[in-house]
Design a protein around this ligand. Structure first.
Ligand code: HAM
Length: 427
């Protein structure tokens, strides 16, 4: 059998790739209005970064990382997510010393997780994410959430549900952790081996277990919201107040536990409610990670961010039957007949493209009719016909494909003719 793409990966072909470009443009434009600047980090990093950053009790680190040794014996990993690499770069490049604080960054690029492929779940997927480092103002939590919501809304999505939770600060979490251990310990042997391992290491992760989610102890588990100390509670209330001030609807869900270890205080997810959307409804996930910068070797610096994958965003657009306004029309298709005219086409086409028009021509020596068909397939606005006869008279024939009108134009005026009719929309 011929070689196929690896399981869980896909080719993004012309016709489809324009949607990706459009989404990335919209997201980048919104980042500009919020003043987030692009950062690009390597696709592979030292494996240790993710073990420390994402956490070694997480599924990502335990089961899903593509880890390999390079020829120099270093243990490297294809990045499973973008937050730990951005934080590594923040520390390495001493961005904490930048006078502009908080440091607001965005990124887009492929991430890799060895997961069981299914609809909405790939082994290589493209995340768009933002990270704001250096501020512990609840207004930045609300800003980050509003940025994510704005991307989705700009693209036309309507069936969205924003859920938020607070995981509290260290003190709140320690108290909650103890309550969780006391709750699960007496009957932990009824849980899966992963949960048994998590009990002492990270009991919060038990709440996120897919195998045991229907166990009766799950719904009666102590809620983090009952363990928030005053500071954490006030912080969470402020985040909610700011979301309300921006008219962003949300639901507080105390069972929202994110799959990565670095979170505290605000955690959030945006889900799709669209009918017919697959089983995996989370479009976007994020939260606050005060402590991560320190864990990766920098000075204590608070941070918050989110990421979403373009794959799931496209699935949500499809479920809501939203067509993106992608312009595919070609300004001018060049039909040439005869040897001399063909030679001359090289020069005119070059001038046309230099002037910024989208232009295409025939390279297969097709007949007149077939060249016109090709122009149709390209959705050409104008077709320019140059034959040896026209060339002799220094003229070119131009057909407006929408109106069907044809005109003969002096060759030296060809570009200004198109300028008038395409750029200025005149007739
Ligand atoms: P995450 O929840 O692991 O968080 O992933 C964020 C988003 O990436 C998901 O909501 C989903 O859209 C997408 N995603 C994850 N796995 C896959 C997959 N296998 N196939 C397709 N899409 C996927 C993070 O990665 C954190 N770094 C987010 C963050 C940024 N938190 C703070 N800052």
């Amino acid at each position: 059998m011929s070689i196929q793409v690896p399981r869980g990966t896909q080719d993004i072909l012309p016709g489809e790739v324009e949607k990706w470009q459009y989404i990335e443009e919209v997201a980048k434009d919104i980042c500009k209005t919020y003043q987030y600047k692009e950062i690009r980090t390597p696709i592979f990093e030292s494996s240790e970064l993710f073990m420390r950053g994402v956490g070694d009790t997480t599924d990502i680190v335990q089961k899903e990382m593509y880890v390999f040794e390079d020829r120099g014996g270093r243990s490297l990993a294809l990045r499973p997510e973008g937050t730990a690499p951005v934080v590594r770069s923040f520390v390495q490049n001493k961005m904490f010393g930048d006078p502009n604080q908080p440091v607001k960054l965005f990124y887009t690029g492929p991430m890799f997780r060895y997961e069981r492929p299914q609809a909405g779940r790939y082994r290589q997927f493209v995340q768009f994410g933002v990270e704001a480092l250096g501020s512990e103002d609840p207004a930045i939590d609300a800003e980050v959430i509003s940025l994510a919501m704005q991307v989705y809304q700009k693209l036309g999505l309507k069936n969205l549900k924003l859920i938020i939770n607070s995981l509290g600060d260290t003190e709140s979490r320690t108290n909650h952790r103890e309550a969780l251990i006391n709750h699960f310990k007496p009957r932990i042997d009824e849980f899966c081996s992963d949960c048994q391992n998590r009990l002492e290491k990270n009991p919060l992760r038990i709440l996120d277990c897919k195998k045991d989610r229907d166990h009766e102890l799950m719904s009666s588990a102590p809620s983090i919201l009952d363990y928030l100390n005053d500071e954490s509670r006030i912080y969470f209330e402020k985040v909610q107040k700011y979301l309300q001030a921006m008219d962003i609807e949300f639901v507080v869900d105390p069972t929202l536990v994110r799959g990565l270890d670095y979170y505290n205080h605000t955690a959030f997810e945006i889900m799709s409610n669209a009918e017919g959307f697959g089983a995996i409804t989370t479009l976007c996930g994020g939260g606050r990670y005060n402590g991560l910068v320190e864990m990766i070797g920098g000075p204590a610096t608070p941070g918050i961010g989110f990421a979403f994958s373009i794959e799931r965003l496209l699935a949500a657009l499809e479920a809501e039957r939203i067509a993106l306004p992608i312009e595919e029309a070609l300004d001018c298709y060049f039909v040439s007949l005869g040897e001399e005219a063909k030679d001359h086409t090289v020069k005119i086409l070059h001038e046309l493209r230099n002037a910024g028009f989208t232009a295409e021509r025939d390279y297969l020596d097709r007949k007149l009719k077939a060249q016109f068909k090709a122009a149709d397939r390209h959705h050409a606005k104008f077709v320019a016909v140059l034959g040896d006869e026209e060339l002799k008279n220094n003229k070119i024939n131009i057909k407006n494909m929408q109106s069907g009108e044809q005109e003969e134009v002096a060759l030296p005026e060809f570009i200004s003719y198109l300028e008038k009719h395409i750029r200025l929309g005149g007739h």
